[in-house]
Design a protein around this ligand. Structure first.
Ligand code: ASN
Length: 317
């Protein structure tokens, strides 16, 4: 079906992470619906994805901003990336105390000559451009979960020993503990319920934008950065369309999942077909779990995942 174009059209799709079936799908869906509607009310695709993702970063149910995953040294670090089909891009990683990582990624895209700024200097950049820092990203749930985790002391090597039995897929074998059955669909592992990364894709008839934001994965080595802020892995936008990914970040990065989905759009697939094909390829190549959302230039929205669940919402104005 082709999309009849009107001035002011904005098409937005959001996701709340690929992973296990959530205990509380209804309130999560309500927040996703509100985020998509909020994005669709904005006047540019970049504003749309930033507004949608900000809302999800502020909701404790999602692993982004407040409620983010805790790394092996007990710190929540946030990562995000944004990109437009004009190939403006910005990303940030490893920020402690920054709720709205998506806004810092936008600062990188708009205010610096770079595409990726990390760590304490990204936090300094945030502060200098008016993004709140020193935010407490822990929730009661994350505090409880962390205090039950018997946190490691000492060197990175000791942290690696500690996380080997906790991180989803060991450091030596990324597929360990994650294969649920012979079909390649991931059905078990408590760690995969942590895939509550958030993302948004928007299109206003002229330009696409994509944004993804996360607290990463629980019990990762301090300083670990996943797919989310890597261009083409966690997010990608091009004239043919845009995508945002979620799931096992190490595996997503190795197959550049978002770029893969957009490549399928460039080859003429619809958004839905591109999402399904990219996830099929991802599953075959990695045996791991992920999801992706996609918009195309014909008014199509697509999503696919090979985890148990990925909640999404679409809005159009
Ligand atoms: N929650 C997620 O989707 C995890 C994210 N992709 C990461 O690996 O950092």
């Amino acid at each position: 079906m082709s999309w009849t174009r009107h001035a002011g059209d904005m098409h937005v799709i959001v996701h709340g992470g690929a992973g296990g079936v959530p205990d509380d799908p209804a309130p999560r869906q309500a927040v996703l619906d509100e985020a998509a509607e909020t994005g669709a009310a904005e006047s540019t695709p970049l504003d749309a994805v930033e507004a949608a993702v900000q809302m999800l970063e502020s909701d404790v149910r999602f692993n982004a901003g407040v409620g983010g995953a805790v790394q092996s040294d007990g710190i929540v670090r946030t990562d995000a990336g944004v990109m437009t089909s004009d190939r403006e891009a910005g990303a940030v990683a490893g920020m402690a105390g920054v709720e709205h990582a998506v806004s810092v990624a936008r600062v990188v895209a708009e205010e610096t000559p770079h595409v990726f700024v990390a760590g304490e200097h990204a936090v300094d950049l945030a502060a200098d451009f008016g993004v709140d820092t020193d935010v407490d990203l822990f929730t009661d749930d994350t505090r409880n979960r962390w205090s039950d985790a018997n946190p490691p002391q000492g060197s990175p090597r000791e942290h690696l020993q500690w996380l080997d039995s906790r991180f989803g897929g060991s450091t030596s074998d990324p597929t360990a503990d994650v294969s649920g059955d012979d079909s390649g669909t991931i059905t078990d592992s408590a760690d995969f319920s942590d895939h509550d990364t958030v993302g948004a894709v928007a299109f206003d008839r002229e330009q696409f934008a994509a944004a993804t934001s996360t607290g990463g994965r629980w019990f990762a080595l301090a300083g670990r950065v996943g797919d989310v802020p890597q261009i083409g892995s966690g997010f990608y936008a091009a004239p043919a369309g845009a995508a945002s990914a979620t799931g096992a970040g190490e595996d997503i990065a190795k197959v550049t999942l978002s770029r893969r989905a957009v490549r399928h759009l460039e080859d003429g697939m619809s958004a839905q077909k591109a999402a399904e094909t990219a996830i099929d390829e991802f599953g075959e190549l990695t045996g791991s779990s992920a999801g992706v959302i996609v918009l195309d230039g014909e008014g199509g929205a697509g999503s696919a995942f090979n985890s148990d669940e990925m909640q999404t919402s679409v809005a159009r104005r």
